[in-house]
Design a protein around this ligand. Structure first.
Ligand SMILES: Cc1ncc(COP(=O)(O)O)c(C=O)c1O
Length: 409
């Protein structure tokens, strides 16, 4: 089995979640909208999932909309709020370091006349709350800010952002908490947000299910029509087993968060200090306001994509997180926004730890990474090429929207 240090891309489904799901994939197979007993049993499971996911983030059951995952939650939040608010205004404020499911969604909305303000971030990937407020005009309907970044792990000052957004009546605040949920205490009342996105597979729940918190009284326009499910906010027969698996995984993640967080922080630090022994390594992201489990680096003189491939062959699964997806020449928009020039961003590496990561794996990963970096640098030196220029392994040029453009996490 390879060492898996790519938990920010996805996590393994935990056994307890699978066990909670199984009855809803077998005997309780009913459609929750059916009037008979078979349907009612599925409905009871779905109701329980709303209640448990709601409770885990301090929300009411009716404020939870189950979706197909983090991307759909972000799409529903941003498009739903934009179209519902169109009569009042057309301005949306966001940051330069959002996940593409927000970043590309606002670009899409731009084609329909919405005005998008993409705020810059500092060297650590943080947005300035004052700048957020300064960008709000009477035409602003939505502010969307990622809580914890998926590439570098930086946590945004959401409390301050929320306090400033709140001074402007009628402006909704959406937070993408997909990456944060496993590691950060989430309470929608404390956070003071209107919309918050979650995705189950980032905290050992199943893939293909997520949730959007929609504060009671918040108006969003459904993006899928054809059914009354999820209180008319998301048409389509519900993924009952997925919702139950998500609830089970989230409950456990919340209960174990303090202990697991401490463990992961220690392992991350052990790996970071091992790698600090290498020349030309910079840790990216905020030094303290960050997710415990993500160690993101830029490594001088190597190509991140080539390094990830070499590590895969050596038995370590990790990602560039993501300076250049394989086959793509596109640089990470996150590192670019943080001010890393292309030749530095090219050497990006993201190592993301999870609950099941062990000390032995971290020790072995340290050895493998040091070895692979040295090998790449020697190869580059032999070929007489500049830092990270040649030893990359590339496929064909990327086509926008092609599979090669898709990035994990
Ligand atoms: C911050 C963030 N938002 C959204 C997503 C999309 O989630 P999903 O993979 O569930 O569609 C991800 C995961 O890739 C993420 O890390």
């Amino acid at each position: 089995m390879p060492i898996y240090l790519d938990h920010a891309a996805t996590t393994p489904l935990r056994r307890e979640a699978l066990e909670a799901m199984l009855p809803y994939l077998t005997e309780h197979y009913g459609n929750p909208s059916s009037a008979h007993g078979v349907g009612r049993r599925a409905r009871a499971g779905l109701d329980e999932a709303h209640e448990r996911v709601g409770r885990a983030i301090g929300a009411e059951p009716r404020e939870i909309v189950f979706t197909s995952g983090g991307s759909e939650s972000n799409n529903l939040a941003v498009k739903g709020a934009a179209w519902a608010g169109k009569a009042r205004g057309h301005r949306i404020v966001t940051t330069a370091v959002e996940h593409h499911s927000v970043g590309h969604t606002v670009r899409y909305l731009e084609k329909f006349g919405f005005e998008i303000v993409e705020l810059p971030v500092d060297r650590y990937g943080r947005v300035d709350p004052e700048m957020v407020e300064a960008a709000i005009t009477p035409k602003t309907i939505l502010v969307s800010v990622i809580l914890a970044n998926n590439e570098v792990g930086t946590i945004q000052p959401i409390g301050e952002v929320a306090a400033r957004v709140r001074r402007h009546k009628g402006v909704l605040l959406h937070v993408d908490a997909v990456q944060a949920a496993a590691h950060v205490t989430l309470d929608v009342a404390d956070l003071d947000v209107d919309l918050l996105s979650l995705g189950a597979h980032k905290f050992e729940g199943p893939k293909g299910v997520g949730a959007l918190f929609v504060r009671h009284g918040t108006n969003i326009l459904a993006q899928q029509q054809g059914g009354a499910q999820e209180r008319y906010r998301r048409a389509g027969t519900e993924n009952v087993a997925g919702a139950i698996g998500m609830a089970a995984a989230l409950d456990l993640a919340v209960a174990e968060r303090p202990a697991v967080g401490g463990l992961i922080r220690g392992l991350r630090e052990a790996l970071a200090s091992r790698l600090r022994g290498l020349d030309g390594i910079q840790e990216t992201g905020h030094p303290t306001e960050r997710l415990a489990g993500i160690l993101s680096l830029v490594v001088a003189g190597v190509d991140g994509a080539g390094l990830v491939m070499a590590l895969d062959l050596a038995g370590l699964a990790c990602s560039t997180g993501s300076a250049c997806a394989t086959g793509s020449t596109e640089m990470s928009h996150v590192l670019t926004a943080m001010g890393y020039p292309g030749d530095e961003a090219k050497g990006a590496l993201r190592l993301s730890l999870g609950r099941t990561t062990t000390v032995e794996e971290i020790e072995q990963a340290g050895r493998l990474i040091v070895g692979a970096v040295e090998t790449q640098r020697e190869a580059a030196a032999r070929l007489g090429v500049g830092a990270g220029a040649a030893v990359s392994i590339r496929g064909s040029a990327s086509v926008p929207g092609s599979a090669s453009e898709a990035r994990a996490g």
